[in-house]
Design a binder for this molecule. Structure first.
Ligand SMILES: Nc1ncnc2c1ncn2[C@@H]1O[C@H](COP(=O)(O)OP(=O)(O)OP(=O)(O)O)[C@@H](O)[C@H]1O
Length: 531
């Protein structure tokens, strides 16, 4: 037996082809769900971030009876993709327009390529892209696959046609081995949950069974888009610093570098940080040796007086849109939402939003229904390993007036950040970062306080109603006594008067209790039987 190891290197494409589960492509059902997600999230990033009201069309069709191959197509009305970057955007793993400090659904430069890699493993058709950037005179079409060992696109066909109608947007079509029966409920849940927090979008969804669902736009109000920001000094490390320095002009000084490249750093702060690191502010930044770079990083991480990271890079949903989505989907008795103030972890700003809905059309259940979102993406799988679940599980709902064993309760938590600490590239659960966990807890507590006020009012009203109902018992007796008193013993008259008094008093109770017409009969029969 040889004791020699064989060494070689593989490309990023090969890595994700060998380990598809890391990107969420672990079996045909999950892969179908994940591919659809990746396309929808790219479609939404291409629209709302650019202030375009999204219209998204999703079509899934089965194309082969022998193998379970599906054709998945997602069309958007977004900003489109410049034709020269299309091959890399769809055919080079770790290529993205989202490697900047700005909140987007995408962040890894992997999603659609992981779908393409999975797609070409089990069937032979290439991915098809048709796209028109804003104001483009032409619509460009591509068919491509990925050369896995080189991590490069292989173009099978390309072309373009006149764009006579001023269309902009992208349609992506891919073929993949799926399992609709097992993926169906998650896919529907995904579309529904996406719609809840994007009520300014419209979705059309045709599933492989031929069912068509239209989710209409509920409002034209869109969240403010995120702005690209510079890094915050708390978020740096030596390698990031080296990378940034390599892009500086030769004569840039350390002080100029800090002021120009980082948020929250003015002249005075820069000098203080440099002094703390024991460096010369006028030294050329490209001349800093590794040990001084390390000192600079330490000073940046430990300097106590930076302003917190700017929340401008974030785009919240907003309490009103969260409430609107929850109302439309669950028709609850109570709904309330809060958007917390910006906070930061490791130099990244983040904001937590919480929505709570109770009663009405919500199904009672032993555990509350938890809707988790990160950067406007619904997270469906791996619920129990998510920090949101950890926090929700600890909440004592009785403190907020929820007494039922099986409360009809929906808790929505949205975390937005320039860096969401996902546990894997499949983006299904958020890691327990202390600052985030604390903020989620505070958000749930804040939102639950309004729920409590509502529950206290509701209890009070119920009790008042019960009390008033008990008065009913006394009405006939009171009416009878009064009628005898008023009719001077004339029996005929007394029956009439009794009837009149009784009806008046009942009217009074009915009005006070706001008893609806349809309940009135039940109410009257109840009175007769009880008395
Ligand atoms: N429908 C679309 N409209 C506009 N641009 C798109 C669309 N689909 C993909 N892109 C471009 O292709 C790039 C690569 O997409 P991909 O899904 O691989 O990664 P990502 O969205 O950047 O990150 P992640 O892996 O986290 O999803 C995107 O960054 C975007 O620039």
């Amino acid at each position: 037996m040889s004791s020699k190891e064989k060494f070689s290197s593989i490309s990023p494409a090969e890595f994700f082809k060998r380990n598809p589960e890391l990107a969420g492509f672990s079996n045909p059902a999950r892969a179908m769900y994940q591919a659809l997600r990746e396309l929808v999230e790219n479609a939404l990033d291409a629209t709302d971030i650019h202030q375009i009201l999204p219209s998204i069309k999703i079509i899934v069709e089965r194309t082969s009876q022998e193998k379970e191959i599906y054709r998945l197509s997602v069309e958007d009305n977004g900003i489109g993709i410049p034709p020269h970057v299309v091959p890399d955007a769809f055919g080079r793993v770790l290529y993205s327009s989202k490697y900047v400090l700005r909140q987007t659904r995408g962040m890894y430069g992997l999603g659609v390529k992981a779908a393409v890699l999975y797609s070409q493993m089990y069937q032979d058709k290439p991915i098809e892209i048709s796209t028109a950037p804003l104001n483009s005179k032409r619509i460009y079409t591509f068919k491509l696959k990925i050369d896995i060992s080189k991590n490069e696109p292989v173009i099978y066909e390309r072309g373009s046609v006149n764009n006579e109608i001023g269309y902009h947007g992208t349609t992506v079509t891919m073929y993949l081995l799926g399992d609709w029966i097992r993926a169906k409920s998650r896919i529907y849940e995904y579309v529904k949950r996406t719609y809840i927090i994007t009520p300014y979008a419209e979705f059309y969804f045709k599933d492989p069974e031929g069912n068509m669902t239209f989710y209409p736009r509920l409002t034209n109000k869109m969240p403010a888009p995120p702005k690209e920001v510079k890094p915050h000094p708390y978020g740096v490390d030596i390698e990031l610093l080296k990378n940034m320095i390599s892009r500086q002009k030769e004569d840039t000084t350390v002080k100029e570098f800090l002021v120009k490249e980082f948020q929250s750093v003015g002249e005075k702060t820069a000098l203080n940080v440099i002094e703390m690191a024991g460096l010369d502010p006028d030294k050329k930044v490209q001349k800093l040796p590794d040990d001084q770079l390390s000192k600079l990083v330490d000073a940046m991480k430990n300097f106590p007086d930076f302003r917190p990271p700017s929340p401008e890079a974030l785009s919240i949903i907003g309490a009103d849109l969260i409430e609107l989505g929850l109302k439309q989907t669950f028709n609850p008795e109570y709904v309330g939402a809060v958007t917390r103030k910006p906070k930061a972890y490791q130099g990244h700003p983040f904001i937590v939003e919480v929505g709570i809905a109770y009663g009405g059309g919500i199904q009672p259940s032993e555990e509350p229904t938890v809707l988790r979102y990160a950067n406007k993406i619904p997270l469906i799988y791996d619920e129990k390993s998510d920090v949101v679940w950890k926090v929700v599980e600890e909440v004592d709902w009785k403190r907020y007036g929820i007494e039922e064993e099986q409360p009809p309760l929906v808790v929505t938590v949205h975390l937005c950040s320039t860096k969401v600490p996902y546990k894997s590239a499949g983006k299904e659960s958020i890691a327990d970062v202390e600052e985030i966990e604390k903020e989620i807890r505070n958000g749930i507590m804040e939102a639950s306080r309004s729920l409590k006020t509502f529950m206290v009012e509701k209890r009070k009203e119920e009790e008042a109603r019960k009390r008033l109902l008990t008065y009913l018992k006394y009405i006939p007796e009171l009416a009878r006594s009064l009628s005898i008193f008023m009719s001077d013993g004339k029996k005929e008259l007394s029956t009439k008067i009794k009837e009149e008094i009784q009806n008046k008093m009942i009217d009074l109770v009915v009005t006070k209790l706001e008893i609806k017409d349809k309940d009135l009969e039940i109410f009257k029969s109840y009175r007769v039987e009880t008395l």
